[in-house]
Design a protein around this ligand. Structure first.
Ligand code: CTP
Length: 401
């Protein structure tokens, strides 16, 4: 049983929020409700009062009581759900505005939050809304994406509130996921390392960091305390109290941080694309073109195999997960890495072509573990892949092998 605060805001789909309240009650949760002014024009607060038998929070000023109603509700709730979330409440939350009962209570809520946006498709796609959504995600707010389908306006587009049953299932999964890594300390590496050639040039790779960041977020959502060690990434870094971000540049930097941090952690997930070679010499000045020779030779030497070295120091109760980025012979190469790197699990993904793992929002991975058949996952969003990887890691921890 979880204490859930459901906030209804001004979207025509507010009536479906009522169904969500009922669904959550049927699942055994204790539910209290807050409504914006606009929501009260669409659904009567009396309906929600009748269902919850609790006063519905609608006004910051309607009574002078202790404890202060909005702070009391914020502190009471173990989970806050904004359903439907209008463009207006999304903008307020992204900015931290607190000018009515719902926005103020949400700002005062320290616990996890889920928003389920519902609005006209043009409002959903508006750059301002998308900017606000991305800000909220960075702030650690969970966003259940709107569905596509027939909108109240009579035409089809993305912006529909998903069906109440789907929302309740999403919340159920969220609550189940929440606990599986509770109390665990996890290190996730993400992005690409860079090896300097001279003060202006480097050797790098095409990693965007999306997969590793999604894993860090999934681990945090599963209750873990996360250290995210990032090299070069092309997306925003998460801003969550459960995720500490540590920036590195080279493979050697990464190795040093892990040597220091790995011993006090339970799980290491090496999603970073690590440079295998670095220049033998670092030129302390910009290398100039030569007038008489069109060729240049750069001598490279191997970097340390971070995963292999760190996994060797692994204690019985620690778990190490590596990635295998392959362009060909995916499973043969990845199986070889499972053995040679002392990893407990290898996530094999293809980095070949335009639908390969690098830079895309989706990924198709196969999970390899010793003495177990490979698990081939369907192609899906990196955040879904991340959640499934976290589930597999959690069950492996429980098996204790
Ligand atoms: N890795 C590492 N240190 C390196 C190279 C890779 O820790 N110097 C880690 C990666 O983070 C990943 C795993 O090892 O978790 C496999 O990386 P990948 O690039 O697929 O393989 P390599 O070991 O580099 O082998 P190859 O280049 O031959 O595919």
């Amino acid at each position: 049983m979880t204490r859930i605060a459901v906030y209804l805001t001004g979207s025509i789909a507010a009536y479906k929020g009522v169904e969500v309240v009922r669904g959550l009650q049927k699942m055994g949760h204790e539910v209290r409700v807050g409504m914006t002014d606009a929501a009260t024009k669409l659904v009567a607060p009396a309906t929600l009062f009748a269902l919850t038998k609790k006063k519905v929070l609608t006004d910051l000023w309607d009574e002078h009581s202790t404890p202060i109603p909005h702070i009391e509700l914020a502190d009471w709730s173990e989970l806050a759900i904004v359903v439907p979330a209008s463009a207006d409440i999304i903008a307020k939350m992204a900015l931290g505005l607190a000018d009515d009962a719902v926005s103020t209570t949400l700002l005062a809520t320290a616990g996890p939050k889920i928003i389920v946006p519902a609005m006209n498709n043009h409002m959903w796609q508006a750059p301002a809304t998308q900017r606000n959504i991305s800000q909220l995600q960075q702030d650690g707010v969970n966003v259940m994406p709107p569905a596509s389908g027939r909108l109240a306006e009579g035409y089809t587009g993305r912006g529909r509130l998903p069906e109440p049953a789907a929302i309740c299932q999403y919340i159920k999964d969220f609550l189940a996921a929440k606990k599986i890594l509770q109390g665990k300390k996890v290190i996730v590496t993400a992005g690409g390392t860079r090896e300097n050639i001279d003060p202006v040039r480097f050797i790098g790779n095409r990693s965007s960091g999306k997969m590793g960041i999604a894993i860090a977020q999934a681990a945090a959502q599963a209750g873990a305390t996360v250290k995210l060690i990032v090299g070069q990434v092309s997306v925003d870094l998460p801003q969550s109290p459960a995720i500490e971000v540590i920036k590195i540049t080279t493979t050697e930097d990464l190795f040093k941080v892990l040597q220091e941090r790995f011993p006090e952690n339970d799980i290491l997930i090496m999603a970073a694309a690590v440079a295998d070679y670095r220049p033998v010499d670092f030129a302390d000045h910009k290398i100039k073109k030569k007038a008489d020779d069109p060729n240049i030779t750069l001598e490279l030497t191997e970097t340390v195999d971070v995963l292999k070295k760190i996994a060797k120091t692994k204690k019985k109760d620690q778990l190490v997960v590596g990635f295998a980025a392959e362009t060909n012979d995916l499973l043969t190469n990845a199986n070889r890495k499972l053995a040679s790197k002392n990893a407990d699990m290898i996530i094999a993904n293809s980095v070949a072509g335009s639908d390969g793992a690098f830079g895309n929002d989706e990924n198709q991975v196969t999970v390899l573990q010793k003495n177990q058949p490979p698990i081939k996952m369907a192609r899906q969003s990196k955040s879904k892949v991340a959640t499934k990887i976290i589930e597999l890691i959690s069950s492996k921890l429980k098996q204790g092998d």
